[in-house]
Design a protein around this ligand. Sequence first.
Ligand SMILES: Cc1cccc(C(=O)O)c1OC(=O)C1CC1
Ligand SMILES: [Ca+2]
Ligand SMILES: [Zn+2]
Length: 304
Amino acid sequence: VAEGATTGYGYGILGDYKTLNTYYSNGTYYLYDVTKPMNGVIETRTAQNGSSLPGSYSVDSNNAWTAYSQGADVDAHYYAGVVYDYYKNTHNRNSFDNNGSTIRSTVHYGYQYNNAFWNGVQMVYGDGDGSVFAPLSGALDVVAHEITHAVTDYTAGLEYRNQPGALNESMSDVFGYFVEPNDYLLGEDVYTPGVSGDALRSLSNPEAYGQPAHMNNYVYTSEDNGGVHINSGIPNKAAYLTITSIGKAKAEKIYYRALTVYLTSTSDFSDARASLLQSAADLYGYGSSTYNAVVNAWNQVGVY
Ligand SMILES: Cc1cccc(C(=O)O)c1OC(=O)C1CC1
Ligand SMILES: [Ca+2]
Ligand SMILES: [Zn+2]
């Protein structure tokens, strides 16, 4: 065949079979997905355990991505497609910038690197050390968390420190749930592969993983940009209470509207409450049961 879009298959890091949107050219297959509307491209690369980005394209000779070492590539590529589809189908957003920008992921970054991040341009995933983390692209909620950092940067632009930073983190965790609503846990599929039943964080029970779930327990610290991964427990708990009272369908609409219409770079927790209330009023009416459920959720975490 000449060159063009092809469909391959492979196994993720957990050994799960999945089909892949790939690209064939001159005897080589690439993790390069051209099937999305408006030419939105998804591409996956490897840093080959170095730290230079973006690294080289993940390639395969026969479009069967079945090598164990390819699991992280397979998952990053497949899950990025799932997250693209979530934002397009649920919120009519075309990629993180709503302009069809290429979703680029690089896997095998660093050596036994227990981290994943959005660097302002692309997603980057470490392989984990096999004890704290398995390869981090192996969890859909992690991939959704990282891509939501990009969405936030292009919309509210929440500064990554103190309360705006904790909101930034919370938005990534909350949309991680919306994309993977099987549980209220974050990162459970890749966190401590040798231990079952644990996770990096929990929306329903932030305290289980050392996070506050009430403003009275806000942690004032200079660590971690003012505790952005700790204090996110407070808005995360409010989100959990909102989701369980009004349901996922309404919750994701008011969260998306708050993130894209009302929140700004310096919004704090009280501004988030106001933004979500305004969004609930816009969509479901001021004083509606939905509106009142949001009031109640934020009351329960001590934010007014
Ligand atoms: C594992 C990790 C370390 C440091 C920062 C992040 C970050 O992206 O904020 C990170 O990824 C996550 O939190 C995802 C949800 C599991
Ligand atoms: Ca999960
Ligand atoms: Zn994050």
